[in-house]
Every structure is written in structure tokens, then in C-alpha cells.
Design a protein around this ligand. Sequence first.
Ligand code: TXE
Length: 480
Amino acid sequence: MEQLLNLIDGELRPAIGGEWLDVYTPATGQVYGQLPDSDERDVELAVQAANRAFPAWNALGREGRSDALLRLAKAIEDDLEGFVADESRDNGKPLSLARRVDIPRAIANFRFFATAILHFHSEAHLMDDVAVNYTDRQPIGAVGAISPWNLPLYLFTWKIAPALAAGNCVVAKPSEVTPLTAYRLSTLCERAGIPRGVLNIVHGLGPKVGAAITAHPKLPAVSFTGGTRTGAEIARVAAPMFKKLSLELGGKNPVLVFADCDFDKAVKTTVRSSFTNQGQICLCGSRILVERSIYDRFRDAFVEQVKALRVGDPKDADSDLGAVVSQAHLETVLRYIDLAREEGGSVLCGGERVRLSGDLKDGWFIAPTVIEGLGPTCRTNQEEIFGPVVTLQPFDDEADALALANATPYGLASVIWTRDGQRTHRVARALQAGIVWVNCWMIRDLRTPFGGVKQSGVGREGGVDALRFFTEAKNVCIKL
Ligand code: TXE
């Protein structure tokens, strides 16, 4: 039984309370290890360590911090297959996906911000012969980072890298559902020359450890990715403390398929945008809106390709889908499929749990599911399911497509399939979303602003947005 440990003040250690939580392998449904059941006492030690380490880490300067993050990136890269195997085992995703996306992106996160900080510039405002102003963007100090289970190391490092690059020290909490690669990262920090206390990782439950991070007065900024309901709870606690908050929350992303699209590419890419990572990506397209004139043709071609997807052992190279992340999430997703039937939807494929053989017989596998016949206002089309489940809806014209697309409380990502250049700009501008992909999906430039509107969150991550979140702007005005 593996015992994961916290990283606090440069030391790998269990929770002060000595309690442990089980962690599972989704593909088998079995416990593989334990993680510290930490509480506010562990968070307190981590906050003290982060605040102690801050002056020296900041004084290291941009070059020194950049070198340290580049060393961390190299350390992960040198252990790529170890991280890939851990991520797949812990989350249930196919090894091939962890190798192609998750771990390379975690490395890229560190490398991107290690260099971005070297080019992070500020502004000056000259008032003729009166005065000169310059904007001094200083690091905040010790900051909190709380991340989810769907892209564990990818989203964990997406917060940590800019925070550290900007000169802050971090108290981070990975999801208790997928703690393994954050733990593996913590075992590399000393070797990579990350000074003690600069990065602190406290494992445990959200309402205990996450809540303690949110409420701690010496963590003036918190960056969170996870569910909308949790985001609201974090905001409820942090707002009266006037903390800086970055909230990247849920989505119910529309895919708009117009009749003039590149049909084969639209079908093929929409299969990917629907079911990658078992549909457990906040950027997945879960509501597919198709112009009526091509609806039947699209539906039949799409369902045929979805039926060909292989749900299997995450270790198998030809598995397209692995297991969903937990027993609880398996039950949530299956309940939504039952709800869709109750609301009058017809399941065109999938719609049930998949039972594999051998030691995978108790694994949490769900067949990729496509549902049609539901209107825009039902719960199935309003609520984030966050699993391998999508709905199809026809639309008559552009206005109808936009009305459907914008008809949910979310506004994170969206996809447009059309060859019409004017329509591209019109529809992109009218969509209530933070991200719009046109004739593609998941092409990511880390310099671009990342985040959503409405109940998909507050603020933007990525590029200069992230570095500005993790710094405070001070205007210095000098009389000439
Ligand atoms: O998120 P949670 P989960 C959505 C998706 C999913 C739902 C719940 O709908 O089903 O969120 O997923 C910590 N104070 N997304 O369970 O519960 C928790 O320990 C402070 C979309 O992963 O929000 C974990 O580390 N922290 C999302 C982190 O918050 C708390 C990706 C996320 O947990 C806390 C993942 C509290 N009171 C899920 N309660 C996206 N947009 O990518 C929990 N946590």
C-alpha cells in the first residue's frame, strides 16, 4: 500500500493528525494507496513555511526563479513514463492520453512561465514636464492553489508555475481523488533545487484542507479550478476577506455545426471534443447543435464513429476511453443518463456501464453516450454532467443556434464549424463564452486568456493574465 506524503517546508511528512484517506485505481475500483488526511494544522505549517521562504525566493530574481522552474520541468521530463503511468492509474484515463497531453502539458506549463517571467513587462506614463509614473508589479507573497481531478498534474502546474515565476510561494492542494502525480512532483523538488517552503503541497479533503487554505488570512490570493458549487463556496468565504480570487469552474459547452462546414472534419473532431478524457474536461463540447438540413446525416455519421470508440484498459494503446474517476462520479453520470431518458431523450448509443473482464471487472467504465430528442431547457441540457455524455439538437438558422448555445448558466468554451468567414466573426462575438474554437478543438496557445463567463468562473488564467493575477500593481508617481 503506497503512502503519499505532504510536502511542507521542504519535508515529506504525514498529516499532523496521523489519519489517512484511501485512494483508488478507477480501472479496477480498488484501493492502491493512502494520502494524508490533513487539516488546518497542516495548512498552518505550510502557510508559515511559504511566508518564511518568500523573501529569499523573491530576491532570487526572475532569472534565478526561471532557472529553478526549468530544472523542475526537466526533472518531470526525465521521469516522463513514471508520471504518465501514475496519472493514468490515478485518474483512469488512457496511458496514451496522459503521455500525449497531461504530462507534456505540465512540463510546458513550467517552461512557459519560466520564460514568460523574463519578458513580463510593465508600463510607464509620462506627464510632460510634471511627473513620470511607472507601474511596479510586485509578487503577492504566499498564495493558495486548489485544483481538480480531471487533469491532475496539468491543472495543478497551470497554477503553480505562474505563481512561482512571479515570485510568490505556494500552498497547494491537489484533488484528494487524484493526488499521485502531485506527490511524485513533490519528491523531485529538492533535487531540482526548489528551496524549502517555496512550494508546499497539503493533501486532503476539500472542506477541511481546501477550506483552510481559502480562509487563511496569510494567503491573500487563491486560485481555484473545480465545480461551480465549490467555487461559490470559496467566494463566499474569501470575498469578505478581500482576497484575490481566480475561479475556473464548470461548463456546458455548445458545438455549433453549420451546413456549410467541412463535414468529415466536423464529425471526426466532434467525436474527440465529446469524449476525450471520458468527457471529463471543462472544455469538452457536451451540447452539439446541428443545422437542420444536415442534422440526420451528421447524427448518423457521428453515432457510427462513437460506436467505434473502444472503452478499455487504460494501459491498452487502442483504448479510446478509460474509466471515469470515481465510484461517486460513475453513479452521478449514470443518474444523468437515467434522467435524460425520464426527460424524454432517446439514447442513440451507449447509455450504460461497461463491464470489462479480469481485474477490470469492477472498474468504473461508461460507454460513450449520445442522446437526442431533448429541448434546451431540460436539466440534461442545462447541468454539467462531466462524463462521456452528449446531446444533439437541431437548429434552423444562426439566430436559433445562438439562442440555443447561450441558453445555459455557463459560458466557458464553444466550437463553431462553418466555412463562412463573416459568420465566424458574427457568431464568435455573440457567443457567451470565454473561449471560441473555429473549425478545430483544443488548440491551445498558453499566451491566450483562459477562463469563462457566467457560472463558468471569474478571471482569466494563462500568459500575462496569470502573471498579473499573481502580482499586485503599484503606481509610483515621481515629480519631475
Ligand atoms: O470538483 P470540486 P470535483 C466540475 C464537474 C465535476 C464537479 C465536481 O462538474 O463533477 O466540478 O468535481 C476542492 N473549499 N469540474 O469534485 O469538488 C477539492 O478537494 C475549498 C469542472 O473535482 O470542486 C478539489 O481539490 N476547496 C472543473 C477541488 O476543490 C474545496 C474540473 C475541486 O473539487 C472545497 C473538475 C471547499 N469547500 C470538476 N470542496 C473544470 N472547470 O475543469 C472541494 N474542494
